[in-house]
Each structure stands twice: as C-alpha cells, then as structure tokens.
Design a protein around this ligand. Structure first.
Ligand code: BG6
Length: 487
C-alpha cells in the first residue's frame, strides 16, 4: 500500500473574502471584494464580466451597504460567527493544517491607518487558538483578493509605491501578534493573477488610468508586489525565526494541441508566461522571458535602487500553488473549441471531461505539474488549492451524496502519490479548496460548491447557514487517518 510521507500536512483551504462574512463587523473596513457584484445570469464563459470593475461599480457598491444579495461575499459562509463549529468539524476530519487568509481591512480598515484595529486582531487570535486547541497548524495567506478599498480610491491600489509600506506595516503587525501561533505563511494568493484580474488582486481600476498604458500599470503594480513579498519574507523570518514563507501561483497547465512544432512552441511560450511570476519570487529576479516581454512591448518599470537587491535576498522557502485543470494551446486557434477554466478561457482538450462549469478535469496534469515545478525550483511544494466545484443536492435527511467529488479527489491523490513515490517530488501537504462551501470567486455563487461540508444557503443568501457533512467528509477523514487512499 502506497502511503503519503509521515507528517504530510492534510487539510483544507478558504479565504476571508469568500468565507468569513462579517464584512462590516468588528471595525472591519471595506475591501475590494465587498463591492464585487454577482452576475447571477452571466454565462460562465464570460469571466471578464465578473472581474472587470469600474469606478461606477464601486460607487454603486458603496451606495448599497445593506445589499448582501448582490454582494454575496459580504456574508460569505459566515465563518465570522461559525468558526468554532467549523474548526471542530475540521478537527473531526483529522486536519493537520488549515489554510485561511487574514482580511487586511479587518486589521487596517483603510489600509493606511497608523494603528491596527484591536478587535480584528483579537478575532484571528481566537481563530488560531481554536485551531491550536485541536493541533491544527494554521497556514495563513497574507493577501487573498482583499486589498482595503481605500487604497484603491485614494492610492490607485498597488500601482502606488506607498502601498508597499502599508503592506509591510500590516505584515509586521500580524507576524508580531501571531508569532507564537502561526509558522506557515503565504504572501500573495496567485501572485500571477494580477494580469488576469487586476482589480481583485491589485486594486487596479482601468478607468482611473486614462491616458496610461494599462498593461504597464499592471506590471508596475506587480513589481511593487514582488518587492513587498520579498520584504514580507524578510520580516516574517526575523520576527518568527522558524517560519516558512511560500509563494502561491495559479498552476495553469497547457498542453500543445497537436504535436505540430508550432503548437509545441505556442504551449511552451504559454507555460513560460505562467511561470514568469513564480520564477521571480523563487529566483529573486525577473526571468529573461519577462525582461524581453517588457522590452518588446515598451513596458518600463520604475524601480528604486534597492529593489533588485531586496528581491534577490529574500526569496521564498517553498512553492505553493492551486491546481484545478489543464487546457491546450495552439498556434492557430481558429475553429477550436474553447472552455472556461480557473480565471481563463482556453482551448478545449478533446480527451478530458469537464466539471459543470466547464473546467477540464485532469488528475494526471497534477502529476505533470508537480514534476515540472519540482524540477524547475528544487524546493518543497505545497498544493494549497484543488477541488471540484459542483452543484450538490441536500437530501431531506440532510445528506449530500457527492460520490463524484470523491472520485475526483481520489484520482488526484493517486497522482500525487505517484509524483512523490515514483518521481521523487517533495510535497509538504495538501489543502483542498474549499473544505467548507463558500462563495465562488469567479461566479460569486455558493451553488458552485467545493466543500466536504455543506453550508445551507442559496446564491441569494437565503437559508439557515447550518453545516452538514457530505459523503466526502467521511471519505477524506479516512484518507487522513490512513495517510493513503487505499483503505
Ligand atoms: C483560485 C482562487 O483561483 O480558484 C480562489 O485562489 C477561488 O479564491 C478558486 O475561489 C476557485 O475558483 P472559483 O471561481 O470556482 O471560486
């Protein structure tokens, strides 16, 4: 029987902006996600409709603070009031770790405040204490689509260099406060994602940059995030000496559509473009790919004298990533089917099945990704997001028979084992997205459910918020108990 390595960190993952709720309680300020409106009737292929936000959209959101129907992230799954029950359920499954994020605007409501909000700090103290009571190790994302809205409106988000200072103040505050409670940290969720959703990740609103090259704006903002991430790693290591700090990338995996060399080249270039950001965080310098891209597209990044040194001196300790799907790339895409995926629209792979939202299911792609990442970086890997978004049905006796999710996970776990045992990959752990149902980032629906635990609300926030164990809950518990998928 193949087993996972001893001490393997099994667990689950969530993010405050999608899960926590309590968006205006305990002194929390507005975050970018609190004004991100749902588009309930939009086509899933129209991802941009969900993510491009204008100044007018923000004003609209600010003008309707009472509206939690069209702004479902405001209520999330109400972890804010359910954290004890939720953590007890995680403990029942045997979680070794729980990945969560700290909402920046709960600690610094406006982002630029000089003093932190004690009530916010206390909330996470309580959460961490509860986790530690059960021996569950927190794995904390410092920023997961949660820049405070004030930084968008008064500083133009991460485009402003000043935001680096606000962020490092936040990092210093949380590292100091939780130094005896949190050892595993991630800096920015899907650091590459600013290119695909500049608002959620970078607080960038295109109509505020009239007359500027918006792509250059995005890369400038990204540069600030790279410097901030390196500084966060430095701060964290200084304050929490035994801490481990990781980067977090969206592991998009592209295959050549055919073996035509033109398609192979197209896929290789696509992969280089997806690795460019983690390359920067792991090797501490911009890769040749990005430098050529900047040059060829007349993108000029403004740097300060110390930036290159800072990025070089404080690379990450491990590489974490999300993996949901793979897709294809072709030199000529005319006539080829496209399919939506994790924040992308890509060429469909005729050999793969898809989820109800069109994401292509590819367990072997996870093994391929693990091998690629390990060979490239030679640092420990951590899968911090993976899972199946599906329409679950709660039966009258409050059960959810989600055999499809069990199958999906089992196949992925077998591929992880092969990568560890056959391919020699060093994998620290696995936290499935999302262990408890929460609001989807792309579609803002809770009916796109990922959890082992069902949360009884519908897309409009109607329901009891009661939690129910799905069939996958009992299955995952056994996986953790046996440290294996054979039992
Ligand atoms: C990742 C994000 O890209 O994918 C999560 O880090 C997100 O925040 C997850 O929820 C799944 O995507 P979606 O759109 O189905 O919620």
């Amino acid at each position: 029987m193949k087993k996972f390595p001893e001490g393997f960190l099994w667990g689950g993952a969530t993010a405050a902006n999608q899960f926590e709720g309590g968006w205006n309680l305990g002194g929390k300020g507005w975050s970018v996600s609190d004004v991100a409106r749902a588009h309930f009737d939009a086509d899933v292929k129209d991802y941009n409709k969900h993510v491009s936000i204008t100044t007018k959209d923000i004003e609209e959101g600010l003008a309707h603070p009472e509206d939690e129907v069209n702004y479902p992230k405001r209520h999330g799954s109400d972890f804010y009031h359910h954290y004890k029950e939720d953590i007890a359920l995680m403990a029942e499954m045997g979680f070794k770790t729980y990945r969560m994020s700290i909402a920046w605007s709960r600690i610094f409501p406006n982002g630029d405040d000089l003093e932190p909000n004690e009530e916010g700090l206390k909330f996470y103290d309580d959460v961490f204490d509860e986790l530690l009571k059960y021996g569950i190790e927190p794995l904390v994302t410092m920023s997961h689509y949660e820049p405070p809205l004030n930084l968008v409106l008064n500083y133009d988000g991460w485009y402003s260099r000043e935001v680096i200072g606000f962020f490092t103040r936040f990092v210093e505050t949380i590292c100091t406060r939780y130094k005896n409670k949190v050892k595993y940290w991630l800096t920015f969720n899907e650091v590459d994602s600013m290119i695909r959703h500049p608002y959620t990740t970078g607080g960038l609103v295109e109509d505020r940059f009239e007359g500027k090259n918006f792509e250059e704006v995005i890369f400038q903002a990204m540069h600030h995030q790279f410097v901030a991430s390196a500084l966060a790693t430095k701060i964290c290591h200084e304050i929490v000496p035994d801490s481990k700090v990781g980067c977090m990338l969206t592991k998009l995996t592209y295959y050549p559509y055919t073996c035509k060399p033109e398609d192979v080249l197209a896929a290789q270039q696509k992969m280089r473009s997806t690795y460019a950001y983690s390359d920067t965080q792991v090797f501490g310098e911009y890769p040749a790919y990005l430098l050529s891209y900047f040059k060829n597209n007349n993108i000029n990044i403004v740097k300060e004298a110390d930036d290159d040194r800072i990025m070089k001196e404080y690379p990450v300790d491990f590489i974490s990533f999300s993996y949901y799907m793979s897709s294809c790339e072709a030199a000529d895409k005319t006539g080829l089917d496209v399919t939506p995926g994790n924040t992308i629209l890509a060429v469909k792979n005729p050999y793969l099945e898809t989820s109800q939202w069109g994401w292509q299911i590819d367990p072997l792609g996870l093994r391929i990704s693990l091998v690629e990442l390990y060979d490239r970086y030679r640092k420990p890997l951590f899968i911090v997001e993976n899972g199946l978004g599906a329409r679950d049905v709660l039966t009258e006796d409050k059960k959810v028979h989600d055999q499809y999710r069990i199958e999906y996970l089992k196949k992925h776990f077998e591929c992880m084992l092969d990568a560890i045992v056959e391919d020699g990959v060093e994998l620290m752990g696995y936290t499935s997205w999302a262990c408890i149902d929460l609001i989807s980032e792309s579609t803002k629906q809770i009916s796109k459910r990922y959890g082992y635990i069902y949360v009884d609300i519908d897309d409009y926030g109607n329901g009891t918020y009661n939690r129910y164990r799905k069939d996958s809950f009992y299955w995952y518990k056994k996986v953790i108990e046996n440290n294996s998928v054979d039992f």
